[in-house]
Design a protein around this ligand. Structure first.
Ligand SMILES: [Zn+2]
Length: 217
């Protein structure tokens, strides 16, 4: 498929409910964008995690963004699996981020994801950022909620492999989970690659609810 380029994106904001969400949802895209744009500033926020998960999140984020010119990596202490209970506090937190950051592109969770924490993050992203390009990433899971994405980023084989290696290296606490393996991560990227005719055969997919085509300088 022919596509538009992201050459105007110099600042990207990544929001994830849990330690490994950003990497699973858009890790390959971030690796490619950082390599393509040496001036990229990456803001990376993880909203939950115990001390072990938090440490994994930070070391993974550092590995994913290591080539970026500027990075901000922040973790919060909201209670995993209970985000709807903490809606007001998380809304305040996301609003504070929006007051301080004006990103060119935002990666966040999908609005109809079946995990309650993911839905809260998506909803509050749209509440706080009302003048931004928002791409909602997908997380494969037991509940089986994968939908029909409408925005694809083809991922080279090199970055596909790097994403998987980083995930398996950095999230030791997840390795006993039956879904957390290279086969699943690669399979989803292979499927999405076929849907957008990716020359590498791999892609990450997103849901874009609204976007504008700008012709004026
Ligand atoms: Zn998650």
């Amino acid at each position: 498929m022919h596509g538009v380029t992201l050459k105007d994106v110099n600042s990207v904001l990544c929001l994830g409910a849990h330690a490994d969400d950003i990497e699973i949802g858009c890790g390959g895209s971030l690796l490619q964008m950082i390599d393509a744009n040496p001036h990229l500033h990456v803001h990376w926020y993880v909203f939950s995690g115990d001390s072990k998960r938090k440490q994994e999140a930070i070391s993974s984020a550092e590995r994913f963004v290591s080539g970026a010119q500027k990075t901000t990596i922040t973790t919060f202490d909201f209670r995993d699996s209970f985000f709807p209970d903490q809606w007001s506090q998380i809304k305040t937190c996301v609003a504070d981020i929006a007051n301080n950051i004006k990103p060119d592109l935002i990666f966040t969770h999908r609005h109809n994801d079946r995990h309650q924490d993911h839905r809260v993050m998506s909803e509050l992203t749209w509440c706080a950022f009302r003048n931004h390009l928002i791409l909602e990433y997908e997380i494969p899971k037991y509940e089986g909620d994968l939908g029909n994405p409408n925005w694809y980023m083809p991922i080279s084989k090199r970055y596909c492999g790097k994403k998987i290696t980083n995930l398996l290296d950095c999230f030791e606490s997840q390795l006993d989970k039956p879904w957390f393996d290279a086969e699943l991560f690669r399979s989803l990227m292979r499927l999405r690659g076929s849907e957008c005719n990716s020359s590498s055969r791999y892609a990450e997919a997103f849901h874009c609810r609204k976007a504008t085509l700008d012709f004026l300088p």
